[in-house]
Design a protein around this ligand. Structure first.
Ligand code: THU
Length: 170
């Protein structure tokens, strides 16, 4: 007997919504976010990206008001490199344990072409960020952009990574 896999209807369907806001330029952002985005731009230029020629900068605003930055650090053994977002969030975790992250800014620039598309964090970075958001129990708004142009705001890591895997499952 043949099994029909095309006409079966599921018991239940789930629709997942993400909430993103788009700003035309950096100048429309709140002042404190412009400040961390500027820090992310500065950090981006110090990225070590000799292989991809794609520089990424990230800045975190902490509940103490401090700003932590990071950039991508590549390696001749390619998988040994690390993204800007994880450099920043791991540094914050290492030096300011248990201090909440109140906002994050990310910017990326290709050395080969103009990047005006907002560059969202990669999947591994989203998962790493989720760990901190779940632990602090308050959403981390994430603002991301290219080197110029539109800025996208995700209200929470959850908007970028639905169905988060977290320690509650363990
Ligand atoms: N990269 C980041 O730093 N963050 C991301 O979210 C995406 C990718 C870096 C990794 C690598 O150094 C370069 O960009 C190209 O993938």
């Amino acid at each position: 007997m043949e099994t029909n896999t095309t006409n079966t209807s599921p018991l239940k369907k789930i629709t997942i919504e993400s909430h993103l806001e788009v700003f035309d330029t950096m100048s429309e952002l709140p002042e404190n976010i412009q400040k961390i985005m500027n820090k992310a731009h500065e950090a981006r230029e110090n990225a070590y990206a000799p292989y991809s020629h794609f520089k990424v900068g990230a800045a975190l605003q902490l509940a103490t008001g401090e700003i932590i930055t990071g950039n991508n650090q590549e390696n001749a053994a390619f998988p040994s490199g690390l993204c800007a977002e994880r450099v920043a969030v791991f540094y914050a975790g290492a030096t300011h344990p248990n201090v909440a992250i109140t906002a994050m800014a990310i910017t990326a620039r290709s050395l080969k072409k103009l990047t005006t598309t907002p560059i969202a964090p990669c999947g591994s970075c989203r998962q790493s960020l989720a760990e901190y958001e779940v632990n602090q129990d308050t959403p981390i708004p994430i603002y991301f952009m290219g080197e110029a142009g539109e800025v996208v705001k995700a209200l929470s890591v959850k908007d970028l990574l639905p169905l988060i895997f977290d320690s509650a499952f363990l």
